[in-house]
Design a protein around this ligand. Structure first.
Ligand code: HAM
Length: 418
């Protein structure tokens, strides 16, 4: 047998150390902003994803029928599960709800650099606040994380727009509701698909040529004042974007962000602010994506509640950190290696290791018969602080020899003191 399922990953201990390091940074950035962790099952009913037509994510579902004949699916994203959880407790949860999670998500996608069929996705969301302040707080969480990984505004750009830009532009042409949502999903592909194909997809979905040229011309705007001159100063989209950019300056994150009207996002539930983070060089797929989705619960049959959030995958960011060569060199988390030179001291070594462990030390007890040279090399390889040696002569004098691994300095201690 060779390899696991295509597009899935194994995490050997070295990979796991890096993953835990990254997840630790996810936890820290969320906690620095007062978010609480939640979780949900990886298996959901299929219908929480298929209610919305047009989303590419639906064609990528890992879904099947369970033994009870129910249609179920591995989650491709966390947001519908979160909406389900919030809905189930609606009215009883104090708002705003500020929650985060690091779920594994499954999508039957074409595998490529930075895209797999499973990935971990840090999700950070705020429910119960329609003010733009919540959107900016999320951008702050994201930038906090990026900085904590050793990245700066020369590495990453966060492109921001607002669905209301297109809503207004298309609304003037009589495109709204479902039709508008479907159009957004097509327009999201502008960067990835040739313009002719986009035009064809738009015409196929019933959009006329005048509307198409309006869409494409507005997509080219990347200055707020220019946008205001197209949509008017009183446009809700312009007002929200102005307020967002102003608040980002108060957070000191204005150098990370940029208006880009072509960002609409591929998921149909977004209703306001939308954003995507990319590497500045534009070599990799999106590092992160999110936005405001005030009407998702309604589509699941509940009472709407304003919400905003983002998903930040583990794959592209790791590519970027690897490319920049700023991934830390992490060693196993071992403090003491306990070693006995002679078999006659085996039980003494066990007792010493147990005592050390009971005091909270992280101890690797060498279980096999090994030479001193091997023990020294091993202690160094695992990055231990100390090599605790039970040697026949020293032990008979009631002593234990301890080597400080980084310096090589050896000291004898009373075995009683261990
Ligand atoms: P999304 O843009 O589909 O949004 O995914 C968010 C991020 O997850 C992407 O930017 C990328 O880092 C990562 N990602 C997605 N698919 C893959 C894949 N196949 N392989 C590797 N990484 C991937 C959402 O999922 C929204 N639910 C995010 C959100 C949360 N919006 C509001 N709250």
């Amino acid at each position: 047998m060779s390899g696991g399922v295509r597009g899935t990953r194994d995490f050997y201990p070295g990979d796991m150390r890096t993953r835990n390091w990254l997840f630790g940074k996810f936890h820290d950035a969320a906690k620095a902003h007062g978010f609480e962790e939640y979780d949900a099952p990886v298996l959901e009913t299929e219908e929480i994803y298929t209610r919305k037509a047009g989303d590419e994510i639906i064609s990528q579902l890992y879904s099947f029928e369970d033994k009870g004949g129910r249609r179920v699916s591995l989650r491709p994203e966390m947001t519908p599960s979160l909406a389900r959880m919030v809905m189930a407790r609606s009215g009883t949860l104090p708002t705003p709800i500020k929650w985060y999670s690091i779920p594994q998500c499954w999508r039957y996608e074409r595998t490529q650099r930075g895209r797999g069929r499973e990935h971990y996705q840090w999700n950070v969301d705020i429910w119960g606040m329609s003010d733009i302040r919540a959107d900016v707080e999320l951008l702050s969480v994201m930038v906090h994380l990026l900085r904590s990984l050793g990245l700066d505004e020369n590495d990453i750009i966060v492109r921001i727009s607002n669905r209301k830009v297109l809503e207004q532009a298309l609304g003037d042409l009589g495109i709204s509701g479902e039709e508008f949502t479907k159009t957004c999903v097509i327009i999201d592909k502008i960067d990835k698909v040739p313009e002719e194909k986009i035009k064809k997809m738009l015409t196929d979905s019933g959009i006329d040529l005048e509307a198409i040229s309006r869409i494409l011309s507005i997509m080219g705007v990347n200055d707020l004042d220019d946008l205001a001159s197209v949509l008017g100063d009183e446009s809700p989209a312009v007002k929200e974007l102005r307020s967002l950019f102003g608040l980002c300056a108060s957070y000191g994150i204005e150098d990370w962000i940029q208006l880009d009207v072509s960002v609409v996002r591929g998921l149909s539930y977004y209703t306001g602010t939308v954003f995507e983070a990319h590497d500045r060089k534009g070599e990799l797929r999106a590092v992160c994506g999110g936005g405001r989705y005030d009407k998702l619960i309604g589509t699941l049959g509940g009472k709407d509640m304003p919400a905003t959030g983002f998903g930040f995958g583990d794959m592209v960011i790791m590519e970027l950190l690897r490319k920049k060569e700023i991934l830390p060199n992490l060693e196993p988390d071992i403090e003491d290696v306990v070693f006995c030179l002679q078999e006659e001291n085996r039980i003494d070594a066990m007792a010493i290791a147990s005592k050390l462990r009971s005091t909270g030390r992280k101890v690797d007890l060498i279980l096999e018969e090994k030479r001193m040279k091997w023990a020294l090399k091993h202690a160094d390889r695992v990055g231990a602080e100390r090599l605790v040696m039970i040697l026949p002569e020293e032990w008979s004098r009631g002593k234990v020899k301890v080597r400080d691994v980084p310096t090589g300095v050896e000291t004898e201690y009373e075995s009683e003191d261990f």
